[in-house]
Design a protein around this ligand. Sequence first.
Ligand SMILES: *[C@@H]1O[C@H](CO)[C@@H](O)[C@H](O)[C@H]1NC(C)=O
Ligand SMILES: *[C@@H]1O[C@H](CO)[C@@H](O)[C@H](O)[C@H]1NC(C)=O
Ligand SMILES: *[C@@H]1O[C@H](CO)[C@@H](O)[C@H](O)[C@H]1NC(C)=O
Ligand SMILES: *[C@@H]1O[C@H](CO)[C@@H](O)[C@H](O)[C@H]1NC(C)=O
Ligand SMILES: *[C@@H]1O[C@H](CO)[C@@H](O)[C@H](O)[C@H]1NC(C)=O
Ligand SMILES: *[C@@H]1O[C@H](CO)[C@@H](O)[C@H](O)[C@H]1NC(C)=O
Ligand SMILES: [Zn+2]
Length: 304
Amino acid sequence: LREAVGFSIPCILFPLLAWCYHEPSCNDSTWPTIATKFCNGSRQSPINIISASAQLDTNLTAFTLNNFNGNSLKSITNTGKTVKVTLNSGISISGGGLSGAYDSLQFHLHWGNGSSVPGSEHTVNGKRYPMELHIVNSKAIYAGNTTLAVSDSTGLAALGFLIEVRKDAFQFFVTLIYLNYVSHLMAPLIPFLPSGDSSEVSQISLTDLIPGVDTTRYYRYLGSLTTPSCNEAVVWTVFKDTVKVSKDVIDKFSKMIYVTNSTSPLIVNNFRNLQPALSVTTSSSSKTCYSVGLMALTVLLGRL
Ligand SMILES: *[C@@H]1O[C@H](CO)[C@@H](O)[C@H](O)[C@H]1NC(C)=O
Ligand SMILES: *[C@@H]1O[C@H](CO)[C@@H](O)[C@H](O)[C@H]1NC(C)=O
Ligand SMILES: *[C@@H]1O[C@H](CO)[C@@H](O)[C@H](O)[C@H]1NC(C)=O
Ligand SMILES: *[C@@H]1O[C@H](CO)[C@@H](O)[C@H](O)[C@H]1NC(C)=O
Ligand SMILES: *[C@@H]1O[C@H](CO)[C@@H](O)[C@H](O)[C@H]1NC(C)=O
Ligand SMILES: *[C@@H]1O[C@H](CO)[C@@H](O)[C@H](O)[C@H]1NC(C)=O
Ligand SMILES: [Zn+2]
């Protein structure tokens, strides 16, 4: 019992998560002082990616996404800062110019305030997108020990997917929200997901979340976590293809998810401000499907 009490006291006295996005007392301009020494380091994320400045790197080959097709999602949680979905074990990524395999641990989202106030973390050529999905992966040799991963300058690999509005989009987040809010587990709690609450989500695969994204087309740079403690341990990948969802889905994020409960503020604009520019590389932008199309055409031409 004494041990249990002794363990809980430091959590109260030194709350590591005493940071925020908007209060002047804890917004991102204060992160270097309230949270950690890393937040004012020299390779901080997110950044504005300037496509014309990105150097071509032929080592940036296609990703291999292992088990992204299966029942990937373990549980969904409102952390008070974002919606985080933890992933089942056995999901990993490799290729993509990475040094080896990385286990996929969780994904979460950043958003603005409705589809008219964009909230992606990365911007491309100065454009901020409505939302951004981050899939967080940890070097397989660390077996999910993130303490070890964040002390390695390439210990984590984050996949960033920019999300934008398209009217005819496949509404994957509707599925996510449906499962979360309308399932029997959450029915009494409609229409908000209480902070810290967690719900089982078993039927969605990661592939469902990123339909049509070409994993051979992306930007790469070495950066950091975008929340305290801002560790400079992240190999960033930002895909060039965006994920398209309906306007309604984007609006739901800023209208339905409260910091703690329905009497607390909504979670909006949960993105970090842009950090100083870093060196960015790009995979080759040639499209395989285009060459396949040309090949098919030459076959047809041969028959003429
Ligand atoms: C953060 O708070 C400081 C005051 O501590 C204020 O000057 C600054 O404008 C705020 N930044 C943002 C992005 O809100
Ligand atoms: C980072 O912030 C700390 C705490 O405010 C400060 O002591 C340090 O000089 C800063 N480092 C840089 C590189 O600005
Ligand atoms: C590509 O990989 C090779 C072999 O690892 C390395 O020597 C080369 O510097 C890399 N190229 C770039 C542009 O990083
Ligand atoms: C978000 O947008 C709504 C209107 O859609 C507005 O009432 C609210 O004040 C905005 N919140 C912030 C933090 O800007
Ligand atoms: C992670 O690794 C460190 C160093 O080896 C160890 O002290 C710690 O207990 C490990 N954490 C977990 C959760 O296994
Ligand atoms: C809502 O959360 C606040 C803390 O943020 C708490 O003080 C309040 O009692 C909660 N209300 C309900 C109805 O749970
Ligand atoms: Zn993130």
